[in-house]
Each structure stands twice: as structure tokens, then as C-alpha cells.
Ligand binder design. Structure first.
Ligand SMILES: NC(=O)C1=CN([C@@H]2O[C@H](COP(=O)(O)OP(=O)(O)OC[C@H]3O[C@@H](n4cnc5c(N)ncnc54)[C@H](O)[C@@H]3O)[C@@H](O)[C@H]2O)C=CC1
Ligand SMILES: O=C(O)CCC(=O)C(=O)O
Length: 547
């Protein structure tokens, strides 16, 4: 049974799939301050929040069982994603589920700003019939600058066009071709400043966008410009905005989000040219049901099928790429485990990953993380997962390098993993053979061909007659059945290897007996995760218990 804590106002209808699920217990709490939440968070496997609950590092320190933090919405700036990543906690969100709500709110705010609707409403309900103070402006034929042409920015632009507005768009990812398709003009921030009558921002709050609209930018804008911010407080510098409005350069602003929420700044709240709403962009019945539905479905997928779709702290990839990588994931994890054992339990200081063949055309980030996780899990066991593996590597001071090679290694696809620590090094090469599945085809300098199995015996010996028979009969004496046996050598009569798959684990006595065989230099037992303990989920190659 998994325990889910839901804080903030989240739709019950949207949470139905979790409430109805026999493996989940859902408990609700109002928005709680960190000190109170800290006392209870240790009991829960997942936490669902909107934007009010602050998921801080301090809170996460007490979250010993927590596997998933779900943001029922888009922006995750109320969650310390880095701290969650360090703890290996998956952070998911519901991108797109509230796009229409935020888009419509932006349009509502722009129209309200243009026509002074909130001010007129307030005066009318107070009993004053004033038809002179609220002359507005039209949107028709005006220029709208949209900064951030992501999901919401694009939908705002489409709707604003239907008002007869001319749209200028700025986004680092906006291409000329896409702008043409949307019927808008791709513009620089400076052009937007010089030509826009209205400017609306739709970016996340990042180091780049904090204070994007500041004194300097405002000075470049057209006199009488109006601003809308339904994205994140802080993208527009509030003090600079108030100054520009007081100076009469900016005609007004409509703000749904603030540098500090709840907003208390009287300069904003008492300015007659600034209209405000309390972060209501996503507050529609439809959006709230949808965000809750999406995160509930995703939580069920993660816990039941080990599959993650919208993790903020995991590489995003298409379903097609996930499907293509799937056959390599278990193999990648096993290669990692194998190579670190070949290093005789030393922790590697350097890791090299090389991809060849079909793999060079794929987004291999997930596979790389899987290989690295396989290595680190040998020493760090369950504390390492695909979320925190890069962080843990950095913390351990292990460097890694990934290369995609155009040269051919004789297989349609091939990956090679090398590790080193001082003078010691180890290498494993593997491929997935069409119709035959995964194969380890190289161990150190030796070519072999083995199907990865849970129990492997790796033997180094002199290349001389009778060795295979001696090893085989000794294992037989101990009632150990051999699945497959492969030999490899680089020179006739030189050092050779044997790699055997065994039906059960051999103990230290067997290893000692093996090393007494004349000509046998070394025998090492290697253990790999079995297919069952890997549970090949689409993106989660590990049972959630060991995330
Ligand atoms: N007021 C509310 O209740 C709501 C607010 N939001 C906020 O709206 C914002 C946009 O959301 P979506 O469109 O869903 O996100 P999105 O991820 O689809 O789009 C964001 C866009 O901003 C662009 N961007 C990033 N840095 C930029 C920069 N320096 N200059 C220009 N563009 C930049 C990105 O390239 C991306 O295209 C987010 O901050 C989100 O948190 C979203 C929903 C509701
Ligand atoms: O949950 C909310 O109401 C806030 C929505 C929001 O700001 C977001 O999704 O980024």
C-alpha cells in the first residue's frame, strides 16, 4: 500500500483514480507550513501539491519514504528540485493540463486592462455611476509582444490574432518557419519593446528571466505600453514597473503572479493602473480536474509499472525513443554491474561509454544513466537511481565521458563501457542481437559471446589442453550445473579466459578449489541483476521499491 499526501486545493474528481485504487491510500491536508509538514512527511510515499506548499530542502530531509513529488500544474518553482534529485525523488508535473486556463486568463486580464473593467466594476458596485473615468483602448490593430512562445504563449498568440492584433513573438526556440506557420512575426526583445502596445510574458522564472523586464528594458518600450504577467512573479521587476507607471511611461499592468505571494506590496495593490488576481491562471474547474487526473495517472504508472512520463528531473524523450532503448536498458544496467566487479570491487575514478551502430542515432541519455547506475549501485546499492545518479557521480568525484562513434564494430548496435582506477581498468562490450537478445561480446581484451545471466564465473587461465574439462568436472563435483561456457584468448598458449553461466551461486570453497587447478590463474564470481529484479518499465528500469 502506498500512502499519498495531498496538500493545497486539489480537485477530488481529478484524484478519483487514486482514491479508487486498491494500492493507494490518499490523505488530505490543507496547505501547511514546513515545520508542520516536516512532522508528517516521513509517512508518505508521494506528495501532491499545487503552488502554495513549499517543498524545501529542510522538508525533504524528513521525507525518508518519499519517492515522488507531483506538482498539479506546470511551474515547479515551489519545489527544491535539486534537493529532490539529490535524494533520488522523482519530481513530476502536469504540463499542458492548464494551458487553456492560463491562456484564457491572460486574454481576460488583457481585455480587463484595456477596458479598466475591475476599476469600473468596483466603482459601479459602490453605487457610483461613472461613465467618464473608464475610457479604454481597443486591441484591434494593436501590436502584442509575446515573450515566451511555449504552450501558453502560442495559445495566447493564436487567440490575440482573432482580435485583429499584430503579434511579435520572442523565444530562443522560435524558428522563422514556426512563426510563419503561426502567422506571427519572430522578433527580438528590443523590437518587442519598440513596437508593442501590449507585452505579455510566458516564460518560466529562471536566472535568465528574473528581472527580464527591468528599468533598462522599460526605458526601451513604447510610451503607453501595457504589461500582462500570468506566468511567474519576478519576470517583471515590480519596483521598476511601478516607477514606469508612476512616470506615465507605462499605461498599466495586469498581474496574476507576484515576486512574493500572497502579494502585500501596497505600491502594486493601490496603484489604479495595476489590476491584480491572486494567481488564478490555472483556476478553472476543467484545468484543476485535468492537472489532478494527469498527476494521479502518472503516480499510478510510476508505482505500478515503473514508468515515468513527465519527470522534471529525468531526461524527456518520445515514446518512440523509449521503445527503441527498451531492449538495451537491462543490458546496460548489467554491464555497469559487471564492469565494476571486474575492477575487483574498486570504485572507478573514470568511466568511458562508447556507442556504435544504430545507437548513435538515438537520444541515449537514459541508457547512459542506466549504465552509470549499474556501476554506482554496486557500492551505493539502493540509494542510487536514475534520478540522482549524475549527482552522486559528481559527489563521488567520478568523471564520465560519452562518445558516439561512426566506426563499425561488426554489430548493428554495440556499446562499450570502460572503467579505470589508477592502473586498474576493466571493459565490457555488449550488443542486442536481432532475434537473439542481449549478448556480452567483450570482456577486457577478450572476445566472447554470452547471454547475461544472474550467476557468472569468470576464470583467467593459461591457454593449454584440458582446462575446460578440469573446470567443468570440478563444478560437477560440487553439483553446480553449467548453463553455457565460453572461452576467449588473444594468443595461442597465452592467457585465456573462460566465462560460464551457472544455475546457482558458487561459494568461496568452490572458488578456492578452482584456483588450485594447475594453470588456472584466477576465478571470480560475478553476479548480475536478474530480469525480474530489473522490471523493464518504459523509463524506469528498476522496481520502485529500490528507487
Ligand atoms: N498563472 C498561472 O496560474 C499559471 C502560470 N503558468 C506559468 O506560465 C509559464 C509558461 O507556461 P507554459 O507555456 O506551459 O511553459 P512552456 O515550457 O510550454 O513554455 C515556456 C517557454 O518559455 C521559453 N523561454 C525560456 N526562457 C526564455 C527567455 N529567456 N526568453 C524567452 N522565452 C524563454 C521556453 O523556450 C518555452 O518555449 C510558466 O512559468 C508556468 O509556470 C502556467 C500555468 C498557470
Ligand atoms: O496550481 C495553481 O493554481 C498554479 C498554476 C501554476 O502557476 C502553474 O501551473 O505553473
Amino acid at each position: 500500500m502506498y500512502k499519498i499526501l495531498v496538500t493545497d486545493g486539489i480537485s477530488d474528481t481529478g484524484l478519483k483514480s487514486l482514491f479508487d485504487h486498491p494500492h493507494f491510500v490518499v490523505e488530505r491536508q490543507p496547505t501547511l507550513p514546513t515545520v508542520e509538514l516536516k512532522n508528517i512527511i516521513g509517512d508518505y510515499d508521494a506528495l501532491i501539491v499545487r503552488s502554495q506548499t513549499k517543498v524545501t530542502e529542510e522538508l525533504l530531509e524528513a521525507a525518508d519514504k518519499l519517492r515522488v513529488i507531483a506538482r498539479a500544474g506546470v511551474g515547479v518553482d515551489n519545489i527544491d528540485v535539486n534537493a529532490a534529485t539529490r535524494k533520488g525523488i522523482i519530481v513530476i508535473n502536469a504540463p499542458g493540463a492548464n494551458t487553456i486556463a492560463a491562456t484564457e486568463h491572460t486574454l481576460a486580464m488583457m481585455l480587463s486592462l484595456a477596458r479598466k473593467i475591475p476599476q469600473a466594476h468596483e466603482k459601479t458596485v459602490s453605487g457610483i455611476w461613472d461613465r467618464n473615468s473608464f475610457k479604454g483602448v481597443e486591441l484591434y490593430k494593436k501590436t502584442l509582444g509575446v515573450i515566451g512562445m511555449g504552450k501558453i504563449g502560442v495559445e495566447v498568440a493564436k487567440r490575440a490574432k482573432s482580435f485583429g492584433m499584430n503579434i511579435l513573438g520572442f523565444d530562443p526556440y522560435l524558428t522563422e518557419e514556426r512563426a510563419n506557420k503561426l502567422g506571427i512575426t519572430k522578433a527580438s526583445l528590443d523590437i518587442i519593446a519598440q513596437e508593442s502596445d501590449f507585452i505579455t510574458v510566458h516564460t518560466p522564472l529562471t536566472n535568465d528571466t528574473r528581472g527580464l523586464i527591468n528599468d533598462e528594458y522599460l526605458r526601451k518600450t513604447k510610451k503607453g505600453v501595457r504589461f500582462v504577467n500570468c506566468a511567474r512573479g519576478g519576470i517583471i521587476d515590480e519596483k521598476a514597473l511601478v516607477r514606469a507607471i508612476q512616470e506615465g511611461h507605462v499605461a498599466g499592468a495586469a498581474l496574476d503572479v507576484f515576486e512574493k505571494e500572497p502579494v502585500a506590496n501596497p505600491e502594486l495593490l493601490q496603484n489604479p493602473n495595476i489590476i491584480v488576481t491572486p494567481h488564478l491562471g490555472a483556476s478553472t474547474v476543467e484545468a484543476q480536474e485535468k492537472v489532478a487526473e494527469e498527476v494521479s495517472a502518472e503516480i499510478i504508472e510510476i508505482f505500478e509499472k515503473q514508468s515515468i512520463q513527465n519527470a522534471v528531473n529525468m531526461p524527456q524523450m518520445s515514446g518512440e525513443t523509449q521503445a527503441k532503448l527498451q531492449p538495451y536498458l537491462l543490458l546496460g544496467d548489467q554491464m555497469g554491474q559487471l564492469v565494476v566487479q571486474l575492477l575487483k570491487g574498486n570504485a572507478p575514478a573514470k568511466i568511458e561509454i562508447n556507442y556504435y551502430g544504430d545507437l548513435i542515432g538515438e537520444d541515449t541519455e537514459l541508457l547512459t544513466r542506466t549504465l552509470l547506475k549499474g556501476i554506482l549501485s554496486y557500492h551505493l546499492s539502493d540509494s542510487v537511481n536514475l534520478i540522482n545518479v549524475l549527482h552522486l557521480l559528481k559527489e563521488q568525484g567520478v568523471s564520465y565521458n560519452v562518445q558516439k562513434n561512426a566506426t563499425n564494430k561488426g554489430f548493428a548496435n554495440y556499446m562499450e563501457l570502460s572503467v579505470s582506477q589508477g592502473k586498474d581498468s576493466a571493459k565490457v562490450g555488449a550488443t542486442v542481437l536481432n532475434g537473439y537478445g542481449a549478448r556480452i561480446v567483450k570482456i577486457n581484451q577478450y572476445r566472447i559471446d554470452i547471454k547475461p545471466e544472474k550467476h557468472l564465473l569468470y576464470v583467467k587461465h593459461q591457454d593449454m589442453p584440458g582446462m575446460i574439462g578440469k573446470v567443468g568436472s570440478l563444478l560437477g563435483d560440487y553439483q553446480i550445473n553449467i548453463g553455457t561456457m565460453q572461452v576467449g584468448r588473444t594468443t595461442i598458449g597465452g592467457e585465456a579466459i573462460m566465462c560460464l553461466t551457472l544455475d546457482k551461486k558458487v561459494d568461496a570453497n568452490v572458488l578456492r578449489a578452482l584456483t588450485l587447478i594447475d594453470g588456472l590463474n584466477e576465478a571470480q564470481l560475478l553476479e548480475l541483476a536478474s530480469v525480474d529484479s530489473f522490471e523493464a518499465g518504459r523509463v524506469k528500469p528498476q522496481k520502485v521499491e529500490s528507487i
